[in-house]
Design a protein. Structure first.
Length: 311
């Protein structure tokens, strides 16, 4: 099945179907589990002109996801990038934000944009817990921004989804986050388990217990991100996605941003740089083709060796 899809895609389109692009590595917060605030001294961002140059190479994009590290609204060109999507053929677009530094005009531009989903990071239902986890954020500002967005009279606007990282710091407030979502007229929460952090993560049993209780409690839609290992040749991301960092470097997917050696990986293991070569040249370069061939044949490429989803 995956072979057939791959052959069709590579035979006809010669470009990735999905693009993940990192608008900036800069963040306004210092969350308790973030590894980048310590290593990311040299912040980078993509300008609107660079973004346009990349996007204009696609006649059609199935998915455009603003992804990577950083809070994207710290890049002054971010809203311009979003607005530009109205002129492009993009089937689905989304991004994650802490929603704390938007201006009123950003909110209006967002309401009028073609973005499909905005994931808002909310890890606590009270000021105390939220600000303890999201260091540097202000709970009232977050709630006010969400209310301004939700109360805007435009009917068809992007959908807000809450994204909550479950840890031992907020497990006591997970039910309250569901209540908060309803109060804010948000219809879906995406819960994610915090991984690779011995001090803050829940163990598997405790996490599963919470999951069960949350599902019983909630009358709104909940999604839980979990890691169930599959064989590598099931990785559709590797065959369809291209991830572009704020410096233009190319990786197979945004999952690699979670590695502590992300910045080294970009230069050492990446497939090139979109500010030097075209997307088509990079995607069809032998190194990238061999990577996809290995995936289809079930051989784990070096760059994916630590991927938690595939074995
Ligand atoms: S890192 Fe994981 S999800 Fe990403 S392309 Fe490699 S195997 Fe697929």
């Amino acid at each position: 099945m995956i072979n057939k899809i791959y052959n069709k895609i590579s035979g006809i389109y010669k470009l990735p179907l999905c693009l993940q692009i990192e608008p900036t590595t800069l963040c306004n917060l210092n969350c308790i589990w973030c590894v980048y605030s310590k290593v990311n001294k040299n912040t980078k961002k993509i300008s609107f002109e660079q973004f346009k140059k990349v996007i204009d190479q696609f006649p059609f994009l199935f998915i455009l996801k603003f992804a990577g590290i950083g809070e994207f609204f710290t890049n002054k060109d971010f809203i311009k990038m979003i607005s530009y999507l109205k002129e492009k053929k993009v089937f689905y677009s989304c991004f994650t934000t802490n929603f704390t530094i938007l201006t009123n005009s950003d909110i209006i531009d967002l309401v009028n944009s073609n973005i499909n989903t905005i994931f808002v990071s909310i890890d606590g239902a009270t000021k105390e817990t939220y600000e303890k986890i999201r260091k540097g954020a202000n709970f009232e500002t977050l709630i006010n921004n969400i209310k301004k967005f939700q109360n805007h009279p435009k009917k068809s606007k992007p959908k807000l989804v809450i994204r909550t990282v479950i840890s031992n710091q907020n497990k006591h407030e997970l039910f309250k986050i569901i209540d908060l979502a309803k109060e804010l007229k948000i219809k879906k929460i995406h819960f994610q388990k915090l991984y690779e952090n011995d001090k803050l993560s829940l163990n598997k049993e405790e996490y599963l217990q919470y999951k069960k209780k949350l599902l019983q409690y909630s009358d709104i839609k909940l999604k839980f991100s979990e890691i169930n290992k599959k064989s590598i040749n099931k990785c559709l991301r590797a065959l369809t996605v291209m991830y572009i960092s704020a410096e233009g470097y190319v990786l197979p997917c945004s999952l690699l941003t979670q590695r502590e050696d992300y910045f080294e990986l970009l230069k050492k293991e990446g497939f090139g740089n979109v500010f030097e070569d075209s997307i088509k040249e990079i995607w069809n370069d032998q190194k990238y083709k061999d990577f996809r061939k290995n995936i289809v044949n079930g051989k784990i490429p070096k760059i994916c060796i630590r991927c938690p989803y595939y074995s």
